[in-house]
Design a protein around this ligand. Sequence first.
Ligand SMILES: NC(=O)c1ccc[n+]([C@@H]2O[C@H](COP(=O)([O-])OP(=O)(O)OC[C@H]3O[C@@H](n4cnc5c(N)ncnc54)[C@H](OP(=O)(O)O)[C@@H]3O)[C@@H](O)[C@H]2O)c1
Ligand SMILES: *[C@@H]1O[C@H](CO)[C@@H](O)[C@H](O)[C@H]1NC(C)=O
Ligand SMILES: *[C@@H]1O[C@H](CO)[C@@H](O)[C@H](O)[C@H]1NC(C)=O
Ligand SMILES: CC(=O)N[C@H]1CO[C@H](CO)[C@@H](O)[C@@H]1O
Length: 272
Amino acid sequence: MAKPIANSMLVLRILTLAASAASIGLMATNNVTFSEDNSKTSFKVVIAYREEIFVTSKLWNNNAHHDLVLPALRKTLQKLGLEYVDLYLIHWPVRLKQEVEGFNFSKEDILPFDIKSTWEAMEKCHSLGLAKSIGVSNFGTKKLSQLLENATIPPAVNQVEMNPSWQQTKLTEFCKQKGIHNPVLEEIAIARKKSVAQIALRWIHEQEASAIVKSFNEERMKQNLEIFDWELTRVELEKISLIPQRRLCKAEMYVSENGPYKSLEELWDGDP
Ligand SMILES: NC(=O)c1ccc[n+]([C@@H]2O[C@H](COP(=O)([O-])OP(=O)(O)OC[C@H]3O[C@@H](n4cnc5c(N)ncnc54)[C@H](OP(=O)(O)O)[C@@H]3O)[C@@H](O)[C@H]2O)c1
Ligand SMILES: *[C@@H]1O[C@H](CO)[C@@H](O)[C@H](O)[C@H]1NC(C)=O
Ligand SMILES: *[C@@H]1O[C@H](CO)[C@@H](O)[C@H](O)[C@H]1NC(C)=O
Ligand SMILES: CC(=O)N[C@H]1CO[C@H](CO)[C@@H](O)[C@@H]1O
């Protein structure tokens, strides 16, 4: 059996899409994650700094078929003008009919998801050098165990929703690692002269997970980076641990009476 993985959101220091001279400096000196669908900017500018950036892309559900994974990644690479991605993820433990486009699908388009054969194809992407690392997203503990049962390469990352109001303690424990607008966070933010966003990001950082931060605003990009030279106190962490928990992204659209997932419990492995 392969080793368990880090339950971590993607490595990301900052996402910047501005292709101005100023931001090229920023890209060159920061770890940057790009999201393919957001890459409206010139990747040519970025390619000069390829080793300095961390590019992640995800396999959409309609390509979660053994024979479609590699072509999907090749297409992505072609679109981005890159030779490889640093990380390639299975976006959801969900398989849709091949002809589905984006979110335009009905319940009949949801097919049983085959972890083993999909992961095999992901491993192929890695062995061909097209993805430096491979991982998953939105997997619960049961599906991770199933994946690990037959995996040659364990997933490097499980990208999940994780924030102070959806702390994912069960999933985090499983991986043996450690609603942003909330009065508790505001209170702490005011006391510490930080923004609520910074408190939330710092909290994620202290769980030894990496946050995916997206901002198009230069001031907020800077602010989101200024979370590494201070820490939350024990009392603040205690207050945050008492925040009522609710998942923001429930993904009800993948649940249907006759489909592979009949309840949110099944989709999220008992942790809806
Ligand atoms: N694996 C999955 O299934 C999944 C699901 C959802 C999301 N994701 C990933 O997670 C990433 C983030 O997604 P998201 O939906 O959370 O973000 P989002 O909605 O795309 O953007 C975050 C929002 O926060 C604002 N913001 C950023 N920094 C801030 C600050 N310091 N103070 C106040 N507001 C701030 C941004 O506005 P400005 O730009 O104006 O600053 C933006 O509107 C995405 O890149 C996506 O790939 C993955
Ligand atoms: C959504 O899918 C249906 C059925 O395939 C198609 O007829 C329709 O044009 C699609 N709508 C959009 C907005 O793509
Ligand atoms: C792992 O592989 C074995 C042998 O092919 C198979 O019986 C089992 O169902 C697989 N497990 C999963 C979770 O796919
Ligand atoms: C430029 C920069 O900050 N690079 C860092 C990106 O992240 C990796 C892994 O944490 C570091 O080794 C680099 O120094």
